[in-house]
Design a protein around this ligand. Structure first.
Ligand SMILES: [Zn+2]
Length: 101
């Protein structure tokens, strides 16, 4: 079973904890947070929901359409979205990400 998610740009693998620690803003209505890869400094949208964390790919033209890519089951993860913030809990730690304005 997958335990790490790869950065789509540089391929470096990250634990869910590292994804959460390097994310900034959120789109709570879509369950997305915005990950900044500490190696290549590129951003990636990450879908977070109860028990699952995935990278998101944008596809299609004229766009924007998207699909979940590289899903990973992470039983310890819980997400709660409200209009102003995305809240995520992992192994007893709470992370919150302010909604993009
Ligand atoms: Zn990267």
């Amino acid at each position: 079973m997958r335990t790490h998610l790869p950065c789509p740009d540089c391929g470096k693998e990250f634990e869910p904890k590292e994804i959460l620690e390097n994310s900034t803003i959120a789109w709570p209505e879509l369950n997305w947070i915005y990950f900044l890869c500490p190696q290549c400094k590129k951003n990636t949208h990450i879908l977070v929901e109860d028990g699952r964390i995935c990278t998101v790919d944008f596809i299609g033209a004229p766009g924007p359409d998207w699909k979940v890519n590289t899903p990973m089951i992470e039983k310890g993860i819980t997400a709660r979205m409200d209009p102003g913030y995305a809240h995520v809990w992992l192994d007893g730690h709470h992370y919150e990400f302010e909604a993009k304005q």
